[in-house]
Design a protein around this ligand. Structure first.
Ligand code: NAD
Ligand code: UGA
Length: 459
């Protein structure tokens, strides 16, 4: 099928950047991103590019180049579905918070709603592309909905999971390690391969069956997260043996079979996907009664929770076993640098734990505002909104946030944190002045020379 119009349902962290790059590289294709969230669509259409709903290095420039040319953001879902030959489903698939599979399985209600919407309004043949991360065999459900409309519209369903990481989304999309397309219809697969073929060489475009494609996405995230839990497990051992986790990571990473990437010990991984996708994998394994497989992957999450907990426990015990009434300055709230996304950020859980001990939390993040910080804490339901407001303050300035603080906790590895005048920060903190470097980004010797009591992960 010749593709001239693409619709993407879901204007989020995946839909936005992915479609912007597709539009940039395919000026002959009209790409329209639709969403039920009118506020989000309005932000995508804002003339002021600093107001785009998603911060990603390089994204605003691409939106500026393509928006109004062949990239459009709209709330007119039905109309856009109707006119497009190819429809991407890129909606959220969070962990279920109710019913069967609560806390484990992926909630597929948004995906199903999209499939029903497409089935209802389509009058011409469509290629439907699963871009959301879905449990293996979801395409079966989508197929069943689309093939039972009673009309003679033909639907081909493809799985095309996204591997971009936030903070580097544009670069990941422009130079992907691979593009994965799973499907039955060769013609449909080639139509999508041609869209990517505008900038990705064909040998990097993998064609598989639908189920391998769906499962590969969950597996890739599970393997990546497993590496972090593995190095974090070793970081705890390092702290008891005087080994240094950075040195260990370097030594093992030089083995070409292991490789150097994704070996940074940290306060634990965050982000909207690793935990959700592993829980989903565990749920699927359990549903096939594969208990050993489920237990194996569940341990990645258990270790990650342990890592977040032990960071805050260490902070409390170092501050003489009490943080009650003490100002703890948190540098960073986003789940990693170069994004404004805070979903499942380790900072939220560390703050929550410290708040249970009656700490006063002061937050500075270059891309996250107070509204978001409060919403993240309120979502946990641990205390009232008023209590969170009382105990947690956000600042716009790294020097203000650290003033009179008993301790600084580095939660996100923003580059700017390394460039601060740490002597100035030391001078206006309470003494002894503590730094808990949850990202191992500062130099221990330098910090100790200034006078800080410095501790980091795995050293
Ligand atoms: P997101 O929450 O940022 O965006 C999803 C959007 O879909 C929201 O704006 C929501 O309003 C919209 N939506 C939901 N139901 C809708 C409907 N019926 N009609 C129209 N719009 C609807 O989510 P995201 O981070 O972009 O993730 C989307 C999917 O991609 C998830 O399955 C996720 O696992 C996967 N994924 C995410 C990343 C990432 O880095 N965030 C990377 C790879 C894959
Ligand atoms: C991750 C994957 O890397 C993407 O390939 C995938 O597409 C995406 O999930 C998804 O499916 O959503 P993302 O979560 O955006 O991407 O970012 P990562 O760079 O993977 O970082 C995840 C978390 O792990 C962050 O909190 C990060 O700080 C942490 N991390 C990462 C470490 O603690 N150590 C590391 O060595 C690497």
């Amino acid at each position: 099928m010749k593709i001239t119009k693409i619709c993407c349902i879901g204007a989020g962290y995946v839909g936005g950047p992915t479609m912007a790059v597709i539009a940039k590289k395919n000026p002959h294709i009209k790409v329209t991103i639709v969403d039920i969230n009118a506020e989000r669509i309005a932000a995508w259409n804002d003339k002021d590019l600093s107001k785009l709903p998603i911060y990603e290095p390089g994204l605003a420039e691409i939106v500026e180049e393509t928006r109004g040319r062949n990239l459009f953001f709209s709330t007119e879902i039905d109309k856009t579905i109707k006119e497009s030959e190819m429809i991407f489903i890129s909606v959220n698939t969070p962990t279920k918070t109710y019913g069967k599979g609560k806390g484990m399985a992926a909630d597929l209600k948004y995906v199903e709603l999209c499939a029903r919407n497409i089935a209802e309004v389509a009058t011409t043949d469509k290629i439907v592309v699963e871009k959301s991360t879905l449990p293996v065999r979801t395409a079966q459900a989508i197929k069943s909905i689309l093939h039972n409309t009673g009309s003679d519209v033909k639907f081909d369903i493809l799985s095309n999971p996204e591997f971009l990481a936030e903070g580097t989304a544009v670069q990941d999309l422009l130079n992907p390690d691979r593009v994965l397309i799973g499907g039955e219809s060769e013609e449909a697969i080639e139509s999508l391969a041609n869209v990517y073929g505008s900038w990705v060489s064909q040998d990097r475009i993998l064609r598989t069956n639908v189920w391998s494609s769906e499962l590969s996405k969950l597996t890739a995230n599970a393997f990546l997260a497993q590496r972090i839990s593995s190095i974090n497990a070793i970081s705890e051992l390092c702290e008891h043996t005087e080994a240094n986790v950075n040195e260990v990571a370097k030594a093992i990473g030089m083995d070409s079979r292991i490789g150097p990437k994704f070996l940074n010990a940290s306060i634990g991984f965050g982000g909207s996907c690793f935990q959700k996708d592993i829980l989903n994998l565990v749920y699927i394994a359990r549903s096939y009664n594969l208990q050993a497989v489920a237990d194996y992957w569940e341990q990645v999450i258990i270790l990650n929770d342990h890592q977040k907990r032990r960071f805050s426990d260490h902070l409390i015990s170092t501050l003489y076993n009490t943080v009650s009434g003490k100002k703890i300055a948190m540098l960073g709230w986003a789940f990693k640098k170069d994004t404004n996304d805070t979903r499942e950020s380790a900072a939220i859980y560390v703050a929550d734990h410290l708040l249970n001990e009656q700490a006063n939390i002061a937050v500075y993040d270059p891309k996250v505002n107070d509204k978001k910080v409060q919403a993240d804490l309120n979502y946990l339901n641990t205390r009232t909104e008023e209590e969170n407001k009382d105990l947690v303050q956000s600042y716009n300035d790294p020097y203000e946030v650290t003033k009179d603080a008993h301790a600084v906790a580095i939660m996100t590895e923003w580059d700017e944190f390394k460039t601060y005048d740490w002597k100035k920060i030391y001078n206006h903190m309470k003494k002894p002045a503590f730094i808990f470097d949850g990202r191992n980004i500062l130099d221990k010797t330098e910090m100790e020379k200034i006078g800080f009591e410095y501790s980091s992960i795995g050293k």
